[in-house]
Design a protein around this ligand. Structure first.
Ligand code: ATP
Length: 206
């Protein structure tokens, strides 16, 4: 790619919103959450490995991975969690690498990686964008939009890196402290300042 961008931020901080705006501006978005679902799609090699490691309880009646059952299986069992991660993470990394190389030399590729900082991957990107939002706002969104309890929402935030740790890894910090339209506008400004200069001299399709 011309520019390989890592996009991260805490849960419910606004990453998907930023990614969608970057996509509208012409970036190719590689979404780690979407990949982690795709690599265990029905009939996949990944799902077969999950069944072998965690047993038939991991598979729903329709042949897909039973996410609730798997979450329960690995919640109290670090060994099972390590097995699951050992299956899914390498597949996600390989699939991500394939999509990035397929994007071609002139593409702007944005990888949306929730745990980019936690997994120490910041050095793998030309530019690391961090989206930051007030933890209390994020809890409110998770409770309101995703039916989580307040305790669950707080626990999810506490299990991730802190805002300070993400800031330390950021090349560009996007503070999401106003409305959605403001977040999109900020994203367009980031594109103008940090991405567009890399694209000078390129013309579309000719
Ligand atoms: P996850 O880590 O769970 O994938 P995310 O970081 O991708 O979340 P988004 O999905 O972009 O976050 O945002 C979470 C929710 O909060 C969405 O419903 C989004 O529309 C809403 N939201 C984000 N920013 C704002 C904002 N500034 N004002 C109002 N709503 C917002």
């Amino acid at each position: 790619p011309r520019l390989h961008i890592g996009l991260t931020g805490g849960i419910a901080s606004g990453k998907s919103t930023v990614a969608a705006e970057l996509s509208a501006l012409g970036a190719i978005v590689v979404d780690a959450d979407a990949l982690s679902r795709a690599v265990v799609a029905p009939g996949s090699e990944g799902l077969r490995s999950v069944r072998e490691s965690l047993g038939p309880a991991a598979i729903a009646a329709d042949g897909s991975m039973d996410r609730a059952a798997v979450a329960k299986l690995v919640f109290a069992d670090p060994e099972a969690r390590a097995l699951l991660n050992g299956i899914i993470h390498p597949l996600v990394r390989a699939e991500g690498r394939r999509l990035v190389s397929e994007a071609g030399p002139d593409a702007v590729v944005v990888q949306d990686v929730p745990l980019l900082v936690e997994s120490g991957q910041a050095g793998a990107y030309d530019l690391v964008l961090v989206v930051e939002a007030d933890p209390e706002e994020r809890v409110e969104r998770m409770v309101r939009d995703r039916g989580m309890t307040e305790d669950d929402a707080r626990a999810r935030i506490a299990a991730q890196a802190t805002d300070e740790q993400r800031r330390a890894a950021a090349d560009v910090l996007i503070v999401n402290d106003a409305g959605l339209e403001d977040l999109r506008r900020t994203t367009r400004r980031v594109w103008e300042h940090y991405v567009a200069p890399h694209l000078e001299g390129l013309t579309n399709g000719s």
